[in-house]
Design a protein around this ligand. Structure first.
Ligand code: ATP
Length: 925
């Protein structure tokens, strides 16, 4: 229940309480003690939040820790080990049983902690993408976390917003809401704040209400929150919210399959040895134990936990670089991206608009001033016809005395939703709340002394800006009480709706010749990278109906604003070129503006053409697919064109990243391999459809995320290489000694120790390896490439065999066929395998670069892991209480020397081999 007297948002109950949709909105505001203009006061909010709690659906209780711990012991391998422990017990080998159980527990705990850490990291990231709401409190519009909303809050809604709570509409301009999540109805519902419904109206027909979890598809509205959290329609039906559970990535799935294949292969080998040994007349239990050891030797038990952890840590690093991953599998896809299709405004440019030029009444004006500070001078360019304007001489003008200029600026500031506020104490810094394009118009008008939107100039109606229509209109009364429509938008769109021109304080017909002149001016301004908007108006009859249309407008002028490219974007584009990634600009802006900026950023080269939305309409999908690789700039496109471009690139087998912000961008973002939403300017719908959110809307952050994605994939390959090569070495050693008929060299406990403890730590540390320095100078990885390619597999086998070889040498040199030497020979084999594996991790840091090239200490974690593993190994062969568990015998002095030499051999050979290969095929550093 809602807690506040008289207000319920769900169906009325028997007690006859009033329902918000059955009351005029004024009564709802009164019942909720909310000021219709200023919203709630701070004190009220604190009290209401304490009473109603946060605006959140309740989550299912978390899985208890003991369950998570227990889940670590459900793998087949663990059960094989437990069988091994029982067999050891049955054979009277109690130290073995204890050691196996201890190692199994240790492994379970290690896996548990790694998964907990990964889960926390992912959970924290999830919180970062929590939705926001625009709310009016104490007369100030601000953006707050949707969870902080309380009943009575005044919220502003616009196209693309996900509705943050149940609310009664107060004012709406063409609001349409997609309510399928609640009602199943797929067509967006047209809302109407003015209606007062009967108390029995079903949910789907409550046209004056909006509900949590639905989406504003078009239009704009203000509404007062009537229900929050579990006390919303969604809260009533949705029950408990499922906790975030990361889905496994394709790589994780492939690794799981690989693990299964390895188990089968081992079981076959183990079965083979088992039968052979039986034929030879060995004891069943002894042979069974050995077969189990072999199977355990081959399966990289620690792998899944290391993969999860390295993905989670990678995601944390990406957040630090402003890229928030929403879908775990995207991390892998990121490393394979070959094309980035990016918006221009705000992503490649700074989205800090400043009006530089105004054309009004056929005259050219220039405006000075920097940033959003409302200070600057106006001057008139002497020769109205001499182009380009930027180069002509100019004379200062007083905008107050220049009627046409004043008129154009007034339209710009009335047809406007942005606000300008000072930031900090000084008056130097100003901030725009709302669309920067509109903010620039507010600033230009203030420079001429025209006050921004205030309460006397309240819109009677508004047709909000929409990037499909590329225009915006408001209807309001002017200072003389006339009902006016003020319109602004893309110049060609506005010009097509104009029949007259405001010139020298009166309206003249807009002739064809004059139209041509204006079009030429637009092209010229755009080619200088200016973003050009046209301004127009129309006087409406006082009794005009509510169906206001943008037609028969009077052209009032053009504004040209600069929006400089981001410095980081230039560098990022260079990085893309070096990394074999193709940057493509897709913008709603004018083709000439787009091309000028694309050239500056080197996305387009001299002579490149721009393809417009119109050109795309004239192409079939096949024609587009055939040409797509030759097009770097698309202009004046709409969302559906973006979708076609994504599909065309995908049909060329490219891996496409696509940015989006607007409400209609969601399909293109969803269709891309990596859909990227803008964190600052993006709509909730696009964020919901995306795989990644850019927290700073910056193109450079996409490229950084790709770099991290490549690094994470590389690291997964590195520790996979390490663990598998190690296992190959181990299993070969056991097999060869068996085939040669030597006494069995390693006990189950020793094999487990090597596999889980000494190898586990360096593998974990390899997942923290910094990216190789040429990571962004390589071609993207093919997404079809297997995790282990044939070449890679051969390297793995070769390197594993080196370990086998040195271990065989160590074993043979100590054993020398004498039974008395066997305990020392086994200890020697145990130590050589352990130490050579631990040191081998150093050469797994890169398949190309040698240790000094990578920087000896550039991964301190690995050094720590090597030290710790070495000490652990040393302790189990030297500490008296540990020795019985590992059947360790004491070495002679010369054996220690031999051990050091042998343990260093594989890593040294591999490093020398890298150098030799480099000499044959020089590689860039
Ligand atoms: P991008 O797609 O790269 O973000 P963009 O911001 O130029 O570029 P849109 O927002 O779709 O793309 O704008 C398309 C065109 O609509 C602009 O070139 C401009 O002429 C016009 N326009 C942009 N903002 C407004 C606005 N607030 N009111 C009216 N017209 C606008």
């Amino acid at each position: 229940m809602n807690g506040r007297p008289g207000i319920v948002t769900h169906s009325p109950n028997q007690s006859g309480k009033i329902v918000a949709f059955a009351m005029p909105f004024e009564d709802v505001l009164t019942a909720l003690s909310t000021d219709a203009v200023r919203g709630l006061r701070k004190g009220q909010v604190v009290e209401l939040l304490a009473r109603h709690g946060p605006n959140q659906l309740m989550e299912t209780p978390p899985t208890p820790l003991w369950r998570k711990l227990a889940a670590q012991f459900k793998d087949l391998v663990i059960w094989i080990l437990i069988v091994a422990a029982i067999i050891s017990g049955a054979l009277g080998e109690w130290p073995d049983t204890i050691a196996i159980i201890a190692i199994v527990l240790l492994n379970g705990l290690l896996g548990f902690f790694q998964e907990e850490r990964a889960e926390h990291a992912l959970g924290a990231l999830q919180k970062l993408s929590a939705p926001l709401a625009k709310v009016m409190r104490d007369g100030v519009l601000r953006s707050i976390a949707a969870s902080e909303l309380v009943p009575g809050d005044l919220v502003e809604l616009e196209a693309g917003d996900s509705i943050p709570a149940d609310a009664r509409l107060i004012r709406d301009f063409g609001l349409r809401v997609q309510e399928s999540a609640l009602t199943g109805e797929s067509v967006a519902v047209e809302k109407d704040s003015k209606q007062v419904l009967t108390a029995g109206t079903p949910l789907a027909d409550r046209l004056n209400m909006v509900f949590m979890g639905t989406i504003a598809a078009a239009g704009k509205a203000s509404a007062v929150v009537t229900g929050t959290g579990m006390n919303t329609e969604l809260g009533q039906i949705a029950g408990l919210l499922q906790r975030y559970k990361p889905e496994p990535t394709p790589l994780q799935r492939r690794l799981e399959e690989l693990g299964k294949i390895l188990i089968v292969v081992c079981l076959v080998i183990a079965g083979f040895i088992f039968i052979l040994e039986l034929l030879r007349g060995g004891s069943i239990l002894q042979v069974l134990l050995m077969a189990v050891s072999l199977a355990v030797a081959a399966v990289p038990e620690g792998l899944p936990a290391v993969v999860t952890l390295s993905l989670a840590l990678g995601l944390q690093r990406m957040v630090k670089r402003n890229a928030l991953i929403r879908k775990l599998p995207s991390v892998e896809t990121l490393g394979a991206v070959t094309v980035i299709c990016s918006d221009k405004t705000g992503t490649l440019t700074r989205n800090e608009m400043t009006v530089r030029e105004i054309i009004a009444g056929g005259e050219h004006f220039q405006v000075t001033g920097a940033g959003y500070a409302p200070r600057g001078q106006f001057s008139k360019v002497r020769s109205a016809t001499s182009l380009p304007v930027g180069t002509a001489a100019s004379a200062a003008v007083d905008p107050g005395q220049t009627a046409d200029l004043l008129h154009a600026l007034t339209i710009g500031t009335r047809c406007n939703s942005a606000r300008l506020t000072p930031e900090g104490n000084g008056s130097e810094n100003w901030r725009v709340i709302g669309d920067p394009t509109e903010g620039a118009l507010v600033v230009a008008a203030l420079k001429a002394g025209i006050e921004a939107n205030n309460h006397e100039h309240r819109a009677v109606y508004e047709i909000p800006f929409d990037s499909e229509r590329k225009a915006m209109s408001v209807v309001m009364h002017d200072s003389r009480g006339r009902l006016m429509m003020y319109t602004k938008g893309a110049p060609e769109v506005i010009l097509a709706k104009c029949t007259g021109e405001f010139r020298a304080d009166r309206i003249e017909p807009l002739t064809e010749a004059r139209r041509k002149e204006i079009v030429q001016t637009i092209s010229e301004m755009s080619s200088r990278a200016l973003r050009v908007l046209a301004l127009a108006y129309r006087e409406l009859p006082a009794d005009a109906a509510t169906a206001y249309e943008e037609r028969e407008l009077v052209f009032a002028g053009l504004v040209g604003m600069i929006d400089p490219p981001r410095e980081e974007a230039k560098e990022a584009v260079q990085k893309c070129h070096a990394a074999g990634i193709r940057p493509v600009m897709i913008t709603g802006d004018h083709p000439a503006t787009a091309l000028a900026i694309a050239r500056e950023l080197q996305i387009a080269a001299e002579g490149d053409r721009v393809v417009t939305g119109q050109d795309l309409d004239a192409m079939t999908d096949d024609q587009l697919a055939a040409q797509v690789e030759g097009i770097s700039v698309y202009a004046r496109v709409s969302a559906e064109h973006k979708l076609r471009v994504v599909r065309a690139w995908k049909s060329r087998n490219q891996v496409v990243a696509m940015t989006g912000d607007g409400v209609n961008d969601a399909p293109a973002v969803k269709a891309a391999d990596i859909g990227i939403a803008m964190g600052v300017s993006g709509t909730d719908v696009t964020k919901e459809a995306s795989a990644m959110v850019l927290m700073d809307d910056n193109f450079a952050s996409i490229v950084n995320a790709i770099e991290e994605g490549r690094g994470i994939y590389d690291n997964i390959q590195k520790f996979l290489h390490y663990l598998l090569a190690g296992n190959i070495g181990l299993i070969l050693f056991v097999l060869i000694t068996y085939v040669l008929g030597w006494p069995f060299p390693l006990t189950t406990t020793q094999i487990l120790w090597i596999n889980l403890v000494t190898n586990g730590l360096p593998a974990l540390a390899l997942s923290m390896e910094p990216p190789e320095r040429d990571i962004m100078r390589r071609r993207p990885r093919s997404p079809r490439e297997p995790v282990i390619t044939l070449r890679h597999g051969l390297h793995m086998c070769g390197q594993g065999m080196l370990v086998t070889l040195v271990t065989m040498v160590g074993y043979a040199l100590v054993y020398q066929g004498e039974e008395a030497n066997l305990p020392r020979a086994r200890t020697m084999a145990f130590c050589v395998v352990s130490y050579s594996f631990v040191l081998f991790s150093l050469s797994c840091r890169s398949q190309r670069y040698t240790m000094p090239e990578l920087g000896l200490f550039s991964n301190p974690h690995l050094f720590g892991a090597i030290m710790l593993s070495s000490l652990l190994q040393l302790s189990v062969v030297t500490l008296p209480f540990a020795r019985p568990f590992f059947e360790s015998a004491q070495h002679f002095m010369w054996e220690w020397v031999l051990l050091i030499v042998l343990a260093l051999t594989p890593v040294s050979v591999i490093e020398l081999w890298k150098l030799w290969k480099r000499k044959r095929v020089p590689q860039p550093l």
